[in-house]
Ligand binder design. Structure first.
Ligand code: P6P
Length: 324
């Protein structure tokens, strides 16, 4: 059995990055413990606050955000952080090296029904001379990430992470150690499983409606095979399924808020997940371009997402190119 720290050392990971990842994992272990307590600790349910996204904050959203903020800002390597739950970036050590963006508890609408949620993180480097108190400092494309991953709080707590040398899974043991449980994860290029919120079907652009319509035709349709559908309403769980056994996950643009490219956020959902997907030989696209190529204009900007098995995402993209 190999510990996370041993594995990262074996991969010759930058020592300061290893130290940052260790801080992130201390925070995620604390979050996992709080989640396990759930109702017993009186921490389910919502607060009276809404976040910058206009969403009502769950108590555990705030708790998770506070745990990550405190631990990261105590680490002198952290120059600043940006969180889904924070309107503005939070500066750390002005001589720090890393910027961390995160969604402290993605899928939190699932907490009260005891369904999997997760912490998503993305690590960038401070450009020398930039001010970590300014939004502009964080507006780096996903290609600039030096590490990204998530901890999925499910039946077990599993870390999926990349530092640009492939994707690996680590399971949280009762000892408090993350143990390597799957190395060099690769997404099967083909799939029979798709994940999308079908209740939005009438709002999608025609290319997406045509593609999903053809999936539903199964072996009688142009895709020539029958598909199965999943929707957990927790992106971390959906992406973990895609990394584990293939599939396509999409939250595309829809006409409910036409001025916005999609529901999910680029900096701390789209980019970290896309880094993982590409490192596992999948595709992560806005349906027009690779998500990692998007130049962010604001920290909380949203992005249309279609990611997963290479050949299936390529099929979806062919519907969009035909639709131009
Ligand atoms: P809907 C959770 O709120 C989230 O941000 C993602 O984790 C998830 O994939 C999506 O939104 C679910 O959205 O519209 O189905 O509730």
């Amino acid at each position: 059995m190999q510990l996370l720290s041993q594995f990262l050392k074996h991969q010759k990971t930058d020592e300061q990055l290893v130290e940052l990842i260790d801080t992130l994992m201390v925070a995620c272990k604390e979050i996992a413990l709080q989640l396990r307590e759930g109702a017993l600790a009186g921490i389910l349910g919502t607060t009276d606050n809404t976040n910058v996204q206009g969403e009502t904050q769950k108590k555990l959203d705030v708790i998770s955000n506070d745990v990550l903020k405190k631990l990261l800002l105590d680490n002198p390597l952290v120059a600043g952080l940006a969180s889904e739950e924070e309107d503005d970036p939070v500066p750390g050590n002005p001589d720090g090296r890393f910027l961390v963006t995160f969604d402290p508890l993605d899928g939190s609408s699932n907490i009260d029904i005891n369904v999997s949620v997760g912490t998503i993180f993305s690590v960038l480097e401070l450009t020398p001379g930039d001010d970590p108190a300014l939004h502009s400092t964080y507006l780096q494309s996903g290609r600039r990430q030096v590490a990204a991953g998530y901890v999925l709080y499910g039946p077990s707590a599993v870390l999926a992470m990349t530092t640009g040398k492939g994707v690996n899974f680590f399971t949280l043991a009762h000892t408090g150690d993350f143990i390597l449980t799957r190395e060099n994860v690769k997404i099967p290029p083909q799939t029979r499983e798709f994940a999308i919120n079908m209740s939005n079907q009438r709002y999608w652009e025609p290319a997406m409606q045509n593609y999903i319509g053809d999936l539903l035709l199964g072996s009688d349709g142009p895709r020539g095979k029958n598909y199965n559908m999943r929707w957990i309403a927790s992106m971390v769980a959906e992406v973990h399924r895609v990394l584990t056994r293939g599939g396509i996950f999409s939250y595309p643009w829809d006409a409910r808020e036409p001025a916005k490219p999609g529901k999910l956020r680029l900096m701390y959902e789209g980019n970290p997940m896309s880094f993982l997907i590409e490192q596992a030989d999948g595709i992560a696209s806005t349906c027009r371009a690779p998500i990692l190529d998007v130049q962010p204009g604001e920290i909380h900007e949203r992005v249309s997402i279609a990611l997963g098995s290479r050949e299936e995402v390529e099929a979806l993209l062919s519907y969009h190119s035909a639709d131009k």
